[in-house]
Design a protein around this ligand. Structure first.
Ligand SMILES: [Zn+2]
Length: 342
């Protein structure tokens, strides 16, 4: 195994930089390190790095560490995980428009002192690791694109584009990711940023109704549910490119796990099942074509990940519903909703 994780937390800036520092950022980076250390999937200390502030001061320091981590990936069995916690900015008047990540020496309103996401994406894509995950806890993370080939990013971007996931603190039109700690979280996570604190709480507590691995879908659903419970946070976002919701990233630490064995029966249950496990049990859903149609209609009204799922389920429906009568029952639910919804 040649999996690698790199955690970049940039919470301290020069006094005259015009950028506010937050202790929650470096606390979050340390907490990611602690979570990786106690996870059997990641536990070997040679497999993850929490970048020292000295190396996170310049784009060069961050990119060298990133290239090192990306070069370790050898094949489909390997994972490259990159976590960035810090300030994000978005400049439209640079080629293509790009999110920029702050480094320790960045200065407000001087884009050339920040690290363009373009370079980060380029380095991640060049890795031979089969699964590439970017977790971005910063403002404007809602503007980050897919890591894969549908991305708007121009240029020669390497050849291995499969199995990518971008998980961001904010989605939709929400630009601001809050850096003030969430007091509802247990210590020491109540010293982290809200998104990372909630994410790390899901890692720590696990998901009781899920299997041994904490999958991308379970992680996202867990963060979403726990942030909604707090009632004060914006919803996170997950973009997948060929990676499935069912792809494992961490170990599930939940005690007394009771993975659901019953097949979901309602639209709500199926929506959650698809968000957790992707299309893994799609055959069961397609045995009830009308229900499948209503699930797709519901997913189409959701966020980017839900709409993406709706597209994937709809594509598979054409293959799985070989009996025209079944397909008509499926389509009979979707067509009126499409006409009604415009
Ligand atoms: Zn909270």
């Amino acid at each position: 195994m040649a999996s690698r994780a790199l955690v970049i937390g940039v919470g301290t800036y020069d006094d005259d930089s015009g950028i506010d520092g937050y202790p929650t950022i470096e606390a979050s980076a340390r907490a990611y390190g602690a979570a990786l250390a106690r996870d059997p999937q990641w536990g070997d200390a040679s497999r993850f790095t929490v970048l020292e502030p000295r190396r996170a001061r310049t784009a060069d320091g961050v990119m060298r560490a990133l290239h090192e981590a990306a070069a370790a990936g050898e094949g489909p069995q390997d994972t490259l995980l990159v976590v960035y916690v810090g300030h994000g900015a978005y400049w439209q008047d640079v080629p293509g428009g790009q999110v920029h990540f702050a480094v320790g020496s960045s200065r407000i309103n001087e884009p050339w002192t920040w690290l363009s996401a373009w370079y980060v994406y380029r380095a991640i894509r060049k890795s031979k690791a089969g699964l590439k995950v970017l977790i971005a806890d910063c403002c404007y993370s809602n503007m980050l694109p897919h890591l894969g080939p549908e991305s708007a990013l121009p240029g020669a971007l390497g050849t291995r584009l499969q199995g990518t996931c971008v998980l961001t603190a904010v989605g939709g039109n929400i630009h601001n990711a809050w850096a003030d700690a969430c007091a509802n979280l247990p210590g020491p996570l109540d010293t982290c940023t809200p998104f990372s604190g909630h994410l790390l709480n899901v890692l720590g507590q696990g998901m009781p109704d899920h299997s041994d691995d904490l999958t991308l879908g379970a992680l996202r659903a867990g963060i979403d549910e726990s942030m909604q419970e707090c009632g004060v946070h914006h919803a996170p976002r997950m973009l997948l490119n060929d990676a499935s919701e069912a792809t494992a990233l961490f170990t599930n630490h939940a005690k007394g796990r009771r993975p659901r064995t019953r097949t979901p029966t309602t639209v709500d249950e199926w929506v959650r099942e698809l968000l957790l496990n992707g299309e893994r049990n799609l055959g069961d859903l397609m045995s009830r074509p009308d229900l499948a149609g209503r699930v797709v209609v519901r997913l189409k009204t959701g966020d980017e990940q839900s709409r993406d799922l709706a597209r994937r389920v709809d594509l598979r429906a054409g293959e799985l519903l070989i009996n025209p009568v079944d397909f008509v029952r499926y389509w009979g639910e979707i067509e009126p909703a499409m006409l009604g919804g415009g």
